[in-house]
Design a protein around this ligand. Sequence first.
Ligand code: AMP
Length: 313
Amino acid sequence: MALLAVGSVALDSLQTPFGVREDVLGGSATYFSTAASFFAPVRVVAVVGEDFPQVHVDFLRGRGVDVSGLERRAGRTFRWSGRYEFDLNQAHTLDTQLNVFADFRPELPEAFRDSSHVFLGNIDPELQLRVLDQVRAPRIVAADTMNFWISSKRATLLEVLRRVDLLFVNDAEARQLAGEHNIVKAARAILAFGPRAVVVKRGEYGALFFSGTEVFASSAYPLAELFDPTGAGDSFAGGFMGYLARSGSLEIPAMRRAIVVGSVLASYAVERFSLDRLRDLGPHEIRARYAEFRRLAHFDDLDVDVLPVAPRP
Ligand code: AMP
C-alpha cells in the first residue's frame, strides 16, 4: 500500500502565547507525510522555491518519504504566518504569500499514479481535481479544505466532494460548508454532497467520525504541554491515513482505530513548535499514547439497577 500526499510545503512564521518562530518548516503536506511515515511509504507532490533549505528535504527523505514529486522552482517558497491567542483552538492568519505555489500545477510522477491511499491536502480544489484525474484506481481518497476555498470556490469544491471518499474538516468549516450550525446535521449534509465519510476535527475537544448511520467520537488527549497547534489537523490526517494504509482495511473498526491514531499524532505534533516533536517521536511513544487513549475512553457497564423514580405527591 502506498500513500500519496499533495499539499503545501511551507516556511511558517508563528506566534503563540509561548513564543515566536520565523521561517520554520511547515505546510500541510509536510505534517501529513511526517505523521504518515510512521506507518507506510509516503510519496509527496508539492513545490518549493530556491530558498527552501535542503536540510528540510533531507529530513523528509530521511523519514522514507519519496520526494521525487517535490518540485524546486525559481522563486520563493510558500510562506504562511499565523498567530494564536490564549485560546489555541483558533489560528489567525497574519499573512499568506503564495510565491511558487501561485502557479503550482501538480504533476504526478508516473510511479505515483498507482497510489492506493490518496490525501488531497488543503489546496485550491481545482488542483485537487487535477490530482484526482492523474491517479489510477486508489482504494481511498481523502481531502482537506479550508474556509477560504469554501467561500471562494464552492462549486469546484462540491465537485471534489462528489469524487472523494472522505473529508477532513474542522467544526467551523463543517458549519460553513453545510450552512448549518448543528455539527451532526452539518455532517449529514456534507455526506449528502458525496463523500462516504466525514471527520470533523474539534481541536482540544477531539474528533467526530460520520459514515452512513455510524458515528464515532474520540476525545483529544488531555495535554499539559501544548506549544504550537499548527499542523494538528494535517498530522491527524497523516496518522489516520498512514494507519489505514498500513492495516489494509477500510472497514469501520479500522476507521475507529485510525481516528485514535490520528488523535495520537496530532497530540504529539502540538507539543513543540513546527515539526520538532514529530522529528524525535519514537514508535513506542505512539503505542503508549494509543493505550492511554483506550484507558481514557474506557468505562464499565452500569453495575446497579436504576430504579424508577416515584412520582412526587
Ligand atoms: P493545520 O493542520 O490546519 O494547522 O495546517 C497548518 C499548515 O497549513 C501550516 O504549516 C501552513 O503552512 C499551511 N497553510 C496555511 N494556509 C494555507 C493555504 N492557504 N494553503 C496551503 N497551506 C496552507
